[in-house]
Each structure stands twice: as C-alpha cells, then as structure tokens.
Design a protein around this ligand. Structure first.
Ligand code: ASP
Length: 591
C-alpha cells in the first residue's frame, strides 16, 4: 500500500532551490522524472509543475528503497540541500547547482509504466496522447501551454476589471442563438418534447445586459457549435466575449488593442497600435481573403483593362459582363519546372476552378504559357500592368471579382510558403471593416446575415436596404492576425423597427422571429442604448502565442477532429431508463 500524505507538507517546489538554500532542510512532493542507479548511489530527478530537482541517496536503508522507484511514481522526499560537485552541475536547470540529500522517502503512489515517455516531448501519435491526456498534461509542452493560457486569461480578467467591465455569466441551458451553425440540443426531462440549446455564443444575452443597464460586460465563456468537422475546429470553444453600451467601432478598437498588447507581452512581444484598418472589399481584391496574411506582400492586381478588347474571348467576355481578370506575380518563379507548373493547374482544379493561366518569359525573351490562345501581346501587357519582371511568373484568373481573387488568394498563401516569403516571428494585425451586411445563400435562394442578424448597417447605407441590399455594408469588424481571424464583432441594431426590417429581409417571418427571439425583440422596445461588442477566440490566440498550429494543444481536454473525447469516451449511449425519462426513442440508423 502507498504511504499516506500524513503531515508531510511541501517546503519548496521542485523549481525553487538555489545556492542560497544550501544547508537548509527541504521537503519536495512530486513525480519521479528519472532514476539513475549508479550502484552505490542513486540519483532521482523529482518533478512538479515548477521544475525538476535532483535528489541523491547514498546509503542504506534508503538505497534499497530508492532502487525500487520507477518513473512517474509519486514521492515525498525529505532531506538537506547541498551544493553539487562542480563537475555534476546541470546548467540547463535553474536548480542545477544544488541537490537534496534524502534522509526519508515516502512513496505516495506507484504508477503503471506509461504508454509513452512523460519526461520529454518525444513524438507520440495524437490519439494516444488524447487517450492518456493526464500523462500528456505532465509533459513539458502542455505544462507550458496551460501555464501560458492561465496567464493570458488572468491578464484578460485584470484588464477588463481595470477598464470598468463586469464579468457576468450567461446561461448554458438556453435558446438557440443565430450564429449560423447547428445547435447542440439538451432534452428537458421536466418538459418532455422540449429542448434547451447550448449557446453558440452569449450574443442575445449580452445585448440584453446592455438593455439591462450593465454598461460594460465581458465573460470568458464556452460556446458550442455543432459544425461539420473542419480541421482544427472544436465543438466547444472559448471566447472572450465583450459588449459595451454607447459604443462606436472605434470604442471597440481602442478597448481591444491595448488588451492585445498586454496579452502579447506574455511572450515578450511589443505590438504596435493602432492596428491597420482594411475594408473588406480591399482585403478581398488585394489578398483574396477576408482574413489576409499581411506578413508579406504578393498583392493581387487587377488587369481587366488589358483584356476588355482582347482577341481571347474567354477573358474578354468575362470583363464585358462585369467580371474581372486578376493577376498574381510570383517573384523568381519563372524558373519553375514544367511539373511544378502542372501542379499549379492541378491545384486550381482542386480549388474548384477550371484551371489557372500562367505565363512567363521563355529563354531568349519569348513568351511561354499554358494557354497559347490568350495571345502573346495581351499576356505581355498583363505582365507589364502587374509589374511582372523577366524572372517572375504571372498567374491570371478571370471571373466574378471575389471568386477570381479567392483563387489567387489561395495561391498567394501556398506559394508564399513554398517560396519561404513568410517572415517568422512577425505579428501583423488588422481590423477588416465594412463587411457586407448580407450574403446571398445560393442553396436557399435568400439573403443570409454575413455576421448575425443583429448587426447594424453603416449609417450611410441605410437608404439602400430596400433598393440594393446586397451592397449594404455593416458596422462589423474582424480582428485578423497573420491570416487567422482571432475575433469579430459589430455595432448592433438598437432600434426595434430596424431589427424587424432586417428580419423581413432575411425572410424570417414575424411569427418565426417571435418564436425564436421574441423575448429579445420585446426587450429592444424598452429603451435600448446604442451598443456593440466583439468576441475574441481565446483558443486560437493562445495557440498563436504558444507557437502551436492546432488549438488542441492549448485546450486541456480537447475533442478529436471527429468530435470525440478519446479519454472519457464521450459521446456514448445512455441507459434506456434515461431515455424513457426524457421520452426519447433512438431511431435505427439507416444502412
Ligand atoms: N457573437 C459573435 C460571435 O460569436 C461575436 C459578436 O458579435 O460579438 O462571433
């Protein structure tokens, strides 16, 4: 049986002892990190969250006991701190000049042999790491990531407190919130046949808090979205959720920018503010993305003018019908081999395009392209218009403005990677602003909100709501960092007549609006202050700061990409009794 903790109490963490402690007594509590048995003397590295300390045992009866210790046993060690001999100093450890000469060891627990090494970050398949997450959490990488996450969340809380924001909790068992994803539903036992929805965000509640006079709200909150699985999404994720009464977009920017600066100081990075503002239309045209990576140039240029009277009818007709021809110049890529160029065309097809037109100067200055019919002079004129040098490659895409740019935007990213054009350790922030209020849902043939249905149109675009809804811009903004969206929000509609008008535009009937957000529409009529807010994606921000590409590395207990928890085995079936209580029946799966 394992020893009990009894009166044993830690005097120092395993990261604390220094030269100045030499001669003193110490009690360490932690895990056996490594055992080195040299026969007449045994060294044990004892580890806790704060570090590692070397313990030395040189005589019986402790020697026999020490020899039986194995990795990951939980031990208490009592002893005297002493200086290490000069030749055994470990410069890599802050505790590396001292050791504890043990006179008592208590084995507080034994451990089965772990399925992978806990003492280092050696590669292990992610499934195994997630299955034994408690062991993975002991490893250096997750110890650091969890510590970083803690420091960031504390910094967030302190900042908002200083700025007069109150942290207010909102319900988890609630009604559907329209963030555009599928809801997780929770059946009500007390009201059979009725369901709660888990919040996709606290959106409606935080707006009601503004109506309730709470003035400045924030919350570090879980949100739930039953989305189709995409790489690096989690069904539950954490937002730093914020709302302010009497806010203009600038109020949100000037609240969030200093917070970002504080957060980045956690990794010693000074972020310059104010951040650049980039209208959505410009972001799409120049970078082919509403979350552009601004660490490098490679801007897309419009060369439509060159093609409007060209002999090549494919592009000429596109331009004639209001479409565009756009170009991406890849510096130094004229040297690509034929198979590299074929791969680009293949990539374009995989991105859903018919292909991509490339052109470059051949040997001797002539032109070399995969679409000869495009015509040499027009291609040369396009190269000229796009400042394509003889050593560069030009890619051309024609079509609707956004789709041509999106295609080139995808190449912009992949070729920047291939050409090593993305500088490391740079953090380029921007606010993408003036998003369209609505987007056309081709499948449902109706307007859908680009953000959510409570977003206010720009003042100057109100007049277009009836005549030209597709060109109404919104007081919506996204915070973008290095090609990731790390936050998004908007100024809200605070006038119930405007809100009803937007519901009509979205084809949400009065009846439907009453059923889904009746309580909110009613609340709007009782003196709603102008207000707005934002939500920051905490998991993504911590991942970027930790230098991780996957948010799973900064979440203690994440789900896999297939939305399962490999450690607990959730989701899983439930008892028939539970189903009966809920009056639910499981329909057989169709095969
Ligand atoms: N509720 C929004 C979201 O989760 C953010 C906001 O508008 O504040 O994306």
């Amino acid at each position: 049986m394992a020893d009990q903790l009894g009166s044993l109490s830690r005097t120092h963490t395993c990261g604390a002892l220094r030269d100045s402690d030499v001669g003193g007594r110490a009690t360490l509590l932690g895990w056996v990190h490594r055992v080195r048995d040299l026969g007449g003397v045994v060294f044990i590295d004892v580890r806790d969250r704060e570090g590692i300390t070397q313990v030395v045992i040189g005589s019986e009866p402790l020697l026999g006991q020490a020899k039986r210790l194995r990795s990951e046993y939980v031990v208490g060690v009592i002893g005297t701190v002493r200086q290490r001999a000069a030749d055994t100093v470990n410069p890599k450890l802050p505790t590396g000049t001292v050791e504890v000469a043990a006179d008592e060891i208590r084995v507080l627990n034994e451990a089965k042999t772990p399925p992978f090494s806990v003492s280092d970050d050696s590669t292990v398949s992610e499934d195994v790491r997630l299955r034994y997450r408690y062991l993975d959490l002991r490893r250096p990488r997750l110890q650091y990531n969890m510590g970083l996450r803690h420091r960031i969340t504390m910094a967030v809380r302190q900042y908002f407190d200083r700025e007069g924001f109150w942290e207010i909790e909102t319900p988890i068992l609630t009604k559907s919130t329209p963030e555009g994803a599928r809801d997780y539903l929770v059946p009500s036992r007390v009201h059979p046949g009725e369901f709660f929805a888990l919040p996709q965000s606290p959106q409606i509640f935080k707006q009601i808090l503004m109506i309730g006079g709470m003035d400045r709200y924030f919350q570090i909150v879980k949100c739930f979205r039953d989305e189709d699985l995409r790489a690096d999404r989690q069904p539950e994720f954490t937002q730093v959720d914020v709302e302010m009464a009497f806010a203009r977009p600038e109020s949100i920017f000037s609240t969030i920018e200093p917070l970002i600066q504080i957060i980045f100081r956690e990794i010693g990075v000074e972020v310059a503010a104010p951040f650049r503002k980039l209208p959505y239309a410009e972001a799409m045209a120049k970078y082919g993305s509403d979350k552009p990576d601004l660490r490098f140039g490679l801007e897309i240029t419009d060369v439509s003018d060159v093609w409007k009277d060209a002999a090549f009818n494919a592009f000429r007709d596109i331009v004639g019908k209001g479409g565009v021809v756009r170009a991406l110049v890849v510096p130094g890529a004229a040297k690509y081999s034929r198979s590299e160029l074929d791969a680009l065309v293949e990539q374009a097809k995989q991105l859903g395009a018919v292909g991509i037109l490339w052109a470059r100067r051949g040997e001797g200055g002539g032109l070399n392209t995969n679409v000869k019919a495009a015509g040499e002079s027009t291609l040369l004129a396009s190269m000229e218009a796009a400042a394509c040098r003889p050593e560069d490659l030009i890619l051309l895409a024609g079509g609707e403005p956004d789709s041509a740019s999106k295609l080139l935007g995808a190449f912009r990213l992949s070729l920047a990677k291939k050409e090593n054009l993305i500088p490391a350790n740079r953090y380029d922030f921007a606010w993408v602003v003036d998003f369209p209020l609505l987007e056309w849902d081709v499948d449902d043939k109706r307007w859908a909100p680009m953000h959510h249905p409570f977003t206010s149109p720009l003042d100057e675009d109100f007049g277009r709501l009836d005549s030209d809804p597709g060109h109404v811009r919104a007081k919506a903004y996204d915070l973008v960092l290095n090609g990731s969206e790390i936050g998004g929000g908007s100024i809200r509609i605070h006038d119930s007549a405007v809100q009803s008008r937007i519901f009509q535009l979205l084809n949400i009937s009065e009846e439907d609006a009453r059923l889904r957000f009746g309580f909110f529409v009613e609340a709007l009529q009782y003196g709603t202050p102008p207000h707005g807010g934002i939500a920051l994606g905490l998991d993504r921000i911590v991942a970027i700061l930790a230098g991780e590409t996957s948010i799973r590395e900064v979440i203690a207990f994440p789900k896999t990409a297939a939305a399962v928890d490999l450690m607990s085995g959730a989701p899983s079936g439930v008892d028939d009794k539970q189903l009966r209580e809920l009056r639910l029946k499981i329909a057989p799966t169709k095969t």
